[in-house]
Design a protein around this ligand. Structure first.
Ligand SMILES: [Zn+2]
Length: 160
């Protein structure tokens, strides 16, 4: 993944082509929320929502959305299953103060095949919001560098 970090206040300008297949994206765009929900959700930490419109043709937009929604469903399902089946057992053997952390650990372990998968098949577009900045993550290097160039008026841009 190629990350471009921009200040949160900067509204990002995307290259005018589909983020997934590179086709001219006419006028269709995909609204994407940051990954403010993830495995850390079980800690009760909800990041502030942050959304941008990303150019994508219709088919690609749908695929990206399905992947992202599927991701969330997988995380929630696994979290609920862990809580439901392992929770009562945890109550007996784990001290109260540690229970939350043990639960987080279990969810992360259950999710690890998916993390592994994502490492080899990274999503085409991802975002991570921090308190003052946002990381825009791209699978495609050319797309990432064009994006960085279009936003070079922002205070600090870097590609990692
Ligand atoms: Zn496309």
């Amino acid at each position: 993944m190629y990350d471009v970090n921009l200040p949160k206040s900067h509204s990002p300008v995307f290259p005018e082509r589909c983020v997934r297949c590179g086709a001219n994206s006419e006028s269709y765009s995909l609204r994407i929320w940051t990954h403010s929900i993830g495995w850390w959700t079980v800690l009760g930490v909800f990041g502030r929502g942050f959304k941008v419109r990303v150019p994508a043709c219709r088919g690609c937009g749908l695929r990206i959305r399905v992947q992202r929604v599927g991701e969330l469903i997988a995380i929630f399902t696994i979290t609920i299953l862990v809580m439901f089946f392992v929770g009562p057992f945890l109550d007996e053997v784990v001290p109260r103060a540690l229970r939350r952390w043990v639960a987080v650990g279990l969810v992360v372990v259950c999710m690890s095949p998916w993390f592994f998968w994502e490492n080899f098949f990274p999503p085409y577009i991802g975002m991570t919001a921090y308190s003052k900045s946002v990381d825009y993550e791209f699978r495609d290097f050319d797309y990432a560098s064009d994006f960085a160039e279009l936003n070079s008026d922002a205070e600090w841009v870097k590609i990692e």
